[in-house]
Each structure stands twice: as structure tokens, then as C-alpha cells.
Design a protein around this ligand. Structure first.
Ligand code: GUN
Length: 286
């Protein structure tokens, strides 16, 4: 028996189509949602992500503004740019691509973004709103994971969710979202004792640790739903390929459903960025 493979590309396509239809409606009122993406430095993976974001923003009918800055950009200059983007009524969402070069203070930069335009949901105000169950901008990757889970399982109430990873970008907000859906939530991480035993308790297992194929097939409870957030580039022989944090082939034989890498969570992340931009735009225009 093999588990169902969750098609994140198809789900993301459906979400983008719904967003594009709403963007057409807004256009009749003369409103165009605008997303500004700020990239500092030369990280090749970040350049690919930012290009994809720009393409998909435009395909959804939104306006895309890209600011590619040198790796030597000084903190006051970056803060000044964010101040201009905050004040620009054509821009409804602002995303500063992470990681930033080490001389920049990421906390201060993220804290300078107007929380209403914080489509990443990384500003402490949005973190606090999410943590207290109030309407917030929700980080895109965990939001996409939640949508995949709800599409697959419907009501998540009472299920035991184990989130492996405690990052501010994925693990912590994922746990908050699952808690808000009445899951019993365990946050595990690299220092957790007996990680395999913890994972085996999971009806829902979300892997966000950034270690290729760390989670083995015999760590999975039969029938569990497995969401693999990992995107790890590995070299096998003379070719490189992307793998997740889960040993997919082994896990797929045990799981009830599992996301592949690529083609699982990744496409949902950008679709959720567009969804957040649309939400920010609608709030700005009442
Ligand atoms: N770098 C890796 N993931 C993300 C993300 O979700 N948002 C931003 N801004 N940077 C990232």
C-alpha cells in the first residue's frame, strides 16, 4: 500500500486562480494590489525565489516592485527604503527576502515594516496577534501547509500534530496555526529526546528541520499525513537534486498522505504570499 501524494502544484494553481479572479474584480474599482520584494546581496537561491515571486505576482494581475540591493547596503539605507515603501499607497505588501547579510540587523529591518503591509507575518505585532488568536498576517509557508492539511483532512480537531523544527518562519507559526485548529501540538527539534518515538505519535507530521531525508519511514505512524517543508539540494553521483526532510519513498509506503519535494509545500508558499498581498490590499481599501 502506498500513501496518497498531495499535489501542491495543483492546489497552488487553484488558489492562484481564485486570487486572480478577485484581482480582476478589484481592477473594476481601479485598484491594483502591489507587492514590493527587497533582496539584499547575491545569494543565488534567494535570487531564484525572488524572480519566481515576481513572475507569479504579475501572472495574478498584481503589480510587482523588485528592489535588488548590493550586499554592502548599509542598515540606514535599507531602513530608508522600507520607510518609502511603507508610505507608498501603491504598495500593499512588503517582503524582505531572508537571510540578510550578517552586518544587517534582521530583527530591526523586519520590525520597521508597517505591520499592515507585512505579508510575511514576521513583524512581532503579527506574531503576537497569531499567538493570541486574533486576525493576523500569517507566515506564508505554514499557511500553505495548513491549507493542504485542511484540504486533505477537513476538520483537524483533536488530531495530534508533531512539528519538527522551531524556526520563527515555519515551526513556531505552524504550531500556533495547528493549535488554533484544536490540534494537540508537540514542537520537536534537533535536541528533542527520542525524536523517532515523538514522530510515531503524530497523526499530522510537519517536517521543517532542513536536514535531507532525516525523518525515516519507520518514524511515521501508519496512515499519518506528512507535510515535508524541507528543500535540500543534494549531490548524488554527478547530479544534484532537491529532497525534503523526509525519506519520501520509505515514508510514502506508511503514510496516509504525503507531500513530495519538489511539488508539495513550495508552490503553496508563493500562492499564500499572493493571498496575503490581496488581503492587505482589501484591508487598505476597506
Ligand atoms: N527565506 C526563506 N523563506 C522565506 C520566507 O518565507 N520569507 C522571506 N522573506 N524570506 C525567506
Amino acid at each position: 500500500m502506498s500513501g496518497h501524494i498531495i499535489d501542491g502544484r495543483a492546489q497552488a494553481g487553484l488558489l492562484r486562480a481564485r486570487i486572480a479572479a478577485q484581482v480582476v474584480d478589484l481592477a473594476t474599482r481601479g485598484i491594483v494590489p502591489g507587492l514590493a520584494v527587497v533582496l539584499v546581496g547575491d545569494d543565488p537561491a534567494s535570487h531564484v525565489y525572488v524572480r519566481n515571486k515576481g513572475v507569479q505576482t504579475q501572472e495574478a494581475g498584481m503589480a510587482s516592485f523588485e528592489h535588488r540591493l548590493s550586499a554592502a547596503t548599509a542598515q540606514p539605507d535599507l531602513l530608508a527604503l522600507i520607510g518609502r515603501l511603507n508610505a507608498d499607497p501603491a504598495i500593499h505588501g512588503i517582503l524582505v527576502q531572508l537571510p540578510l547579510p550578517p552586518h544587517l540587523d534582521a530583527g530591526a529591518v523586519l520590525g520597521a515594516i508597517d505591520p499592515a503591509k507585512d505579508v510575511d507575518g514576521f513583524h512581532v505585532l503579527n506574531v503576537g496577534l497569531l499567538g493570541t488568536g486574533q486576525p493576523a498576517m500569517v507566515p506564508c509557508t505554514p499557511l500553505g501547509c495548513l491549507m493542504l492539511l485542511q484540504d486533505r483532512l477537513g476538520d483537524l480537531s483533536g488530531l495530534h500534530a508533531v512539528v519538527v523544527g522551531r524556526s520563527n518562519i515555519v515551526g513556531k507559526p505552524m504550531a500556533q496555526l495547528l493549535l488554533a485548529q484544536n490540534c494537540t501540538v508537540t514542537i520537536a527539534h534537533s535536541r528533542s529526546r527520542d525524536l523517532p518515538a515523538l514522530c510515531r505519535q503524530a497523526d499530522i507530521l510537519v517536517a521543517a528541520v532542513g536536514r535531507p531525508r532525516m525523518i525515516q519511514g519507520d518514524w511515521i505512524k501508519p496512515g499519518a499525513t506528512v507535510i515535508d517543508v524541507g528543500i535540500n539540494r543534494i549531490t548524488e553521483g554527478d547530479r544534484t537534486r532537491l529532497v525534503g526532510d523526509v525519506d519520501f519513498d520509505a515514508a510514502a509506503r506508511v503514510a496516509g498522505a504525503i507531500t513530495p519535494v519538489p511539488g508539495g509545500v513550495g508552490p503553496m508558499t508563493i500562492a499564500c504570499l499572493l493571498a496575503n498581498t490581496l488581503t492587505a490590499c482589501c484591508r487598505a481599501h476597506g
